[in-house]
Design a binder for this molecule. Structure first.
Ligand code: PLP
Length: 637
């Protein structure tokens, strides 16, 4: 646990059990020991063939824990409730979940269900997100907010106004001044009084990666001048009572409560000014930004950590709003946040398998004989070799390294010219490796090939260098013997993970048994990427046509340490991903089948029918590496 900092980033949901496996505590600190779920058992249940009691799902696999979602929501709500009560704040908190963080149907439905007791709502940033939020909130609390953010056209605004007609508590948040004219126009046509919010561009700026959205030059929101224009226009039209919500978003992963309080305080001043100017203000929506401690360091100086707890976050918000409103004599507003990352990050774990590792053989000079080797070297290379030997005798190790590198470079040049054979070149490589090893600078980091696409499943690592905790989910009672980086299945050199939490450039890993899993005859070695429940799924791309992973939802069931898989969904098949790029798998299959029939004499070994069956099976299987038994060609012959 210490090696992988599990207690830092994983508490209170993840721990290591006495079998050396990762255990999940779905109810956080209130999870009783017998309610812990062994992640390895879940993976086995999901991936074992149906014939041995499994679900036969292919890896990679996302394991969702709806109870973790519930716990996150309840922690957020109770933190605000506590801060409100203890500071004598005269209103309440009702948050919204920004669906962009994870639009998965069951994630959103669960959030609406778990949050309906405390009026939890949804935030949408596009037309499809609005449609899904509208339909999900039909089953939510009638008071739950439906916050409409993002760039809007007539259709978006019409949909939002229709949502009000359907008695959904919808607020259209103006991100651009021009949106106001459309709201006024369409609301007249539809005969509905809009509830309007506006997004303010704050002067407060957060300096981390996610802070580019904030400050005067930020991409979104209205400037002070634009806010005043909106107020003026609404007043002229006798619609100032429609303006009820103030929204801002400093950026994701707000690093400290100090910055948070600064931003919230500035926004509270704007809120009070809007009250003074006659708007019927009711809600202050502080946006997202509640951060996640991905590396467990509790540091405010890193994009992958934050220096506060949920309780401290809530307390800072309540205090900042209360302070400003009390000074201005303004009624305390309803507090709303759009916390996404903080709600969904923990609930899902991406599990994938290491299928092979680059081997490390001890360096040695090929047995071609030193004399023969030396005879082939050009004079300058030979001089390097002699200097290297002399430096070694004198014990001057840095000089040894220098000559070894120089010798290697000269030999490569000689090889390119054609005056050195491959055996000699290999001998030089071996010699240099021997020297490095003897001096103790040899780099033994191995490359573990993983059955995964970084572009599909961890896009933020590739795109913005975001780090997530990645650890083996078993064997944690054994000391890892090697260090490695992870290389994915795509034909892309960016498809690798070579930076890990804690500033590490490699990960402590266990030796693979035999030839590794999937097609190898050895044991499987499973790794988990944690805290990736937000953003990664929707941002993932189809690079190399690797689609999403299989997904299971897991809940605790009766009996100690027992669990139930409540939902299971295989990932997209080859046919599915081909369809996304406008290919038509059915037609493709027909033309391949036709080709088989045209070639009357298909040769020995496999029949035409078996060939066609095999191809059909490949269309239906997932694109990832699979055990030989699921290959249609093997099965059909
Ligand atoms: N609200 C808005 C307007 C956003 O742009 C974002 C994301 O950046 C969020 C909410 C969610 O932020 P977070 O995931 O940090 O809670």
């Amino acid at each position: 646990a210490i090696l992988y900092r599990v207690d830092g980033w994983g508490a209170p949901y993840f721990t290591i059990n006495s079998n050396g496996n990762v255990s999940v505590r779905p109810h956080g600190i209130t999870t009783l020991p017998h309610q812990e779920i062994d992640l390895l058992k879940v993976v086995k249940k999901a991936s074992d063939p149906k014939t041995s009691g499994g679900l036969g799902l292919q890896l990679p696999l996302v394991v969702r824990f709806p109870d973790v979602l519930k716990n996150r929501l309840e922690s957020l709500q109770s933190s605000f409730n506590f801060a409100i009560q203890s500071q004598g704040y005269n209103s309440h908190y009702q948050g919204v979940y920004p669906v962009k963080c994870n639009q998965d149907r069951y994630v959103v439905e669960d959030i609406v269900k778990f949050g309906s007791g405390f009026r939890f709502g949804l935030e949408a940033g596009s037309k499809p997100e609005l449609l899904l939020a509208m339909s999900c909130l039909c089953n939510g609390s009638p008071d739950a907010l439906l916050v409409c953010n993002g760039f809007k056209d007539v259709e978006y605004i019409s949909l939002a106004l229709v949502a009000r007609k359907l008695h959904l508590n919808t607020v259209i948040v103006l991100e651009q001044e021009e949106e106001l004219d459309i709201v006024i126009d369409v609301s007249k046509k539809l005969g509905v009084r809009p509830v309007i919010g506006l997004r303010a561009k704050l002067r407060t700026k957060h300096s981390g990666h996610f802070g580019t959205t904030s400050g005067e030059k930020g991409k979104f929101g209205l400037t002070t001048v634009q806010i005043l224009n909106v107020v003026k226009k609404l007043k002229q039209l006798e619609m100032l009572d429609c303006l009820q919500l103030l929204h801002f978003h400093i950026g994701s992963q707000i690093p400290s409560t100090c910055l948070l309080a600064d931003g919230v305080g500035e926004a509270a001043q704007i809120y009070c000014e809007l009250v003074r100017l006659g708007a019927d203000m009711k809600v202050i929506d502080i946006g997202g930004g509640l951060g996640i401690d991905y590396d467990g360091s509790k540091s405010k100086d890193s994009d992958v950590s934050v220096a506060y707890s949920i309780e401290e976050y809530a307390s800072a918000v309540v205090q900042a709003v209360r302070f400003v409103c009390d000074r201005k004599g303004v009624k305390h507003p309803v507090l709303c946040s759009e916390s996404g990352r903080a709600i969904v990050s923990h609930h899902s774990i991406l599990v994938f398998e290491a299928v092979s590792a680059s081997s490390y053989s001890s360096p040695q000079l090929p047995s071609l004989g030193l004399q023969y080797f030396l005879e082939q070297l050009a004079d300058d290379a030979l001089a390097d070799y002699q200097n290297l030997s002399a430096a070694a005798i004198r014990g001057e190790y840095d000089t040894c390294l220098l000559y070894a590198e120089q010798l290697k470079q000269r030999c490569v040049e000689q090889f390119k010219e054609g005056s050195l054979g491959m055996e000699q070149l290999a001998a030089v490589d071996g010699l240099c490796e021997l020297v490095s090893k003897a001096i103790g600078v040899s780099d033994h980091v191995r490359t573990y090939h993983v059955n995964l696409s970084v572009f599909t499943s961890i896009p933020d690592f590739w795109g913005i260098g975001q780090l997530f905790p990645i650890i083996p989910i078993h064997k944690l009672d054994e000391k890892p013997g090697v260090r490695g980086i992870l290389s994915d299945l795509t034909c892309d050199s960016d498809g690798k993970i070579n930076k890990f939490i804690g500033g590490e450039s490699s990960l402590p890993l266990h030796e693979l048994e035999g030839n590794g899993g999937v097609n190898g005859d050895g044991g499987s070695y499973y790794l988990g990427m944690f805290l990736g429940g937000a953003y990664e799924e929707a941002l993932g791309s189809l690079h190399n046509l690797f689609g999403g992973p299989s997904v299971v939802s897991v809940s605790q069931s009766d009996g100690p340490h027992s669990f139930a898989v409540t939902r299971a969904m295989p990932g997209p098949s080859c046919g599915d991903v081909l369809r996304v790029m406008q290919h038509e798998p059915e037609l493709m299959f027909q033309s391949l089948k036709h080709r088989i029939e045209e070639i009357a004499d298909i040769g020995d070994g496999i029949s035409s029918i078996a060939l066609a069956n095999g191809i059909a099976c490949s269309f239906n299987n997932m694109p990832y590496l699979a055990a030989a038994s699921s290959c249609g060609f093997t099965a059909a012959t």
